[in-house]
Design a protein around this ligand. Structure first.
Ligand code: FMN
Length: 324
């Protein structure tokens, strides 16, 4: 079957299935596995201590796959750090950059002039229009079901994606709540030309940074087992529900806007669970799609299954049309 969309052409990939940034988890091993299987893997700059390690990871991906890949940069980092990471990306001729959590416009002209494909993560129609005006190659519409940082407006993928598709001319990638071929086809029915998943990739064999305890919790959680933290501080993020994250949520309910809450969600505490496996002392970001994950798979097998499910859905739709 033909999976070509403007996104596959733009990114030069076989399937319009992307791996989103995954702080402290999205390394070269995972990115290369996704790209090698025909999707687009991305190294996450957020999890790397410095620019030199980003350069090492980029070179490692190139040793593991000859397919295109990307680097995700969270714009919440200090400007100098963003500039340094982008300098490495440009020097290493990385074909795709995704930018999240801030205003991408200061960086777009340079990336555009060097023909770097830019994907900008947005959670509202207004942000999508702004990203398009600033020269983004495509936008990623991230609905509120998603794992990690989500939009302040609380709009889910089902409404956000078509609203943004109607507003912009550039291609739209859907994210938030997608974990299988059904989610992918639903997103395409809404007008998206590709999907970006976050949570689903954590339960893959190549996500070697994730502790077994975190991966196991993903398999056992239902769609109701997530909690949004830090909304009262203006930067909501969706985490897996555990004793630690619920205690932070309770505290936030009692003292909304308390800056001390941010300290409870520092990267060191995040890593306590997701790397070291000590669940009682840490938290892990995850989206509502946890309810759809029941096994750890090789990344290539996950993509193979998604393609098979999508094929079945298309055949079913074709059969519906022919009986009309
Ligand atoms: C553990 C975790 C870490 C994340 N870290 C980042 C990040 O560093 N940068 C980023 O742009 N998005 C990050 N995200 C968001 C994902 O890239 C993606 O947009 C989101 O997970 C999509 O929703 P889903 O989890 O329902 O698939 C993270 C998500 C998770 C679950």
């Amino acid at each position: 079957m033909d999976w070509e969309t403007r996104i596959t052409r733009l990114l030069q990939i076989q399937y319009p299935i992307l791996q989103g940034g995954l702080a402290y988890l999205g390394d070269a091993t995972l990115a290369a596995a996704v790209s090698e299987a025909g999707g687009l893997g991305q190294i996450t700059a957020m999890g790397l201590p410095d620019a030199a390690s980003l350069r090492r990871e980029i070179r490692l991906v190139r040793r593991l796959t000859s397919h295109p890949f990307g680097v995700n940069i969270a714009l919440g980092m200090p400007q100098a750090d963003v500039a340094e990471r982008l300098r490495i990306v440009i020097e290493e001729k990385v074909p795709v950059v995704s930018l999240s959590g801030g205003d991408p416009s200061p960086w777009m002209a340079q990336l555009h002039s060097l023909h770097v494909v830019t994907l900008v993560l947005v959670s509202s129609r207004r942000q999508a229009l702004k990203a398009e005006q600033s020269g983004a190659s495509a936008v990623v519409a991230v609905g509120h079901e998603g794992g990690g940082h989500v939009g302040r407006d609380g709009v889910g993928t089902m409404v956000l994606v078509p609203a943004i598709v109607d507003a912009v001319h550039i291609p739209v990638i859907a994210a938030g709540g997608i974990a299988d071929g059904r989610g992918w086809m639903a997103a395409q029915a809404l007008g998206a030309e590709g999907v970006m998943m976050g949570t689903r990739w954590i339960a893959t064999q190549e996500c070697t940074q994730a502790s077994p305890s975190y991966q196991t919790a993903l398999l056992h959680s239902t769609e109701a087992d997530t909690v949004v933290l830090k909304a009262s501080l203006g930067s909501p993020g969706r985490a897996l529900s555990n004793v630690f994250s619920r205690s932070v949520a309770d505290r936030e309910k009692k003292t909304p806007g308390d800056p001390a809450i941010r300290n409870l969600l520092r990267s060191r505490i995040n890593k306590r669970w997701i790397h070291e496996g000590i669940e009682e002392e840490g938290f892990g970001w995850a989206g509502q799609a946890v309810g759809l994950i029941d096994r750890v798979l090789p990344a290539a097998e996950l993509i193979r299954r998604m393609v098979q499910e999508a094929e079945e859905i298309r055949q079913m739709w074709g059969a519906c049309n022919s009986t009309r």
